[in-house]
Design a protein around this ligand. Structure first.
Ligand code: ATP
Ligand code: MG
Length: 208
């Protein structure tokens, strides 16, 4: 599951868990983007987004977080990541004698409807089976219009109208964020003074 995760929220976690259960996945790997080329605003440093995603997923035995994009230089392209992950999955499944192992890429409805604008979109669609999760405010019926209906797996997720954009705005305005993001993530944000919060003053030297 790729994303900016700025910050990770319950919408991401519920979607990932639903995909794991529905599609009987062996694992779900969260892949925070390095410098997302389609995001125009300033994105929070990758190391913060990575650590928040680790905090949010650590207790789930099926979840892990990959550094593949944040350790790469230059802009993140999903196609580059998928090529690398595909190679790894193929090697691993061959070694384990399970040639049928599958690779899925989990997205929300907004991201999947955007996919044709991605670099090498058709190669992306060939490298993994794309999962399109329902997301409030985005209509998966539009997959038909994009010619994608038969090429992706649709996933019904309990509707959570949560976005990182809204969470960032709430932090900046001193609004309520509890139950929208994990408690650990909220504490991390305040400790490091992210999203316009005051910060503890102690954490400044902890990260570059
Ligand atoms: P931003 O507002 O900064 O764009 P976001 O909430 O959309 O943040 P992203 O990191 O952009 O989060 O999203 C990562 C992936 O998770 C995307 O595929 C997105 O569609 C999906 N996603 C995000 N929020 C939800 C949600 N509430 N329900 C279902 N899918 C979601
Ligand atoms: Mg988004």
């Amino acid at each position: 599951m790729g994303g900016t995760f700025d910050p990770v929220h319950l919408g991401h976690l519920v979607t990932a868990e639903q995909a794991r259960a529905e599609l009987a996945l062996d694992e779900v790997v969260f892949v925070p983007a390095g410098s997302p080329w389609q995001k125009v605003r300033d994105v929070t440093p990758a190391e913060h987004r990575y650590l928040m995603t680790v905090l949010a997923t650590a207790a789930n035995p099926w979840f892990s977080v990959s550094r593949i994009e944040i350790d790469a230089r230059g802009p993140s392209y999903t196609v580059t990541t998928l090529r690398a992950v595909r190679r790894e999955v193929d090697e691993r499944s061959r070694a384990a004698g399970r040639p049928d192992d599958e690779l899925f890429f989990i997205t929300g409805a907004d991201a999947i409807l955007n996919i044709l604008t991605w670099k090498d979109a058709h190669e992306c669609l060939a490298l993994a089976t794309f999962v399109a999760a329902t997301r409030p405010g985005h209509d998966l019926a539009n997959l038909e219009r994009e010619g994608l209906r038969d090429r992706v797996v649709q996933l019904d997720v309990p509707a959570l109208a949560i976005s990182s954009t809204d969470v960032r705005q709430r932090f900046a305005a001193g609004g309520a964020v509890r139950y929208l993001i994990p408690r650990e993530v909220e504490e991390y944000v305040r400790k490091h003074g992210l999203y316009g919060t005051a910060g503890s003053g102690l954490a400044a030297a902890a990260l570059p």
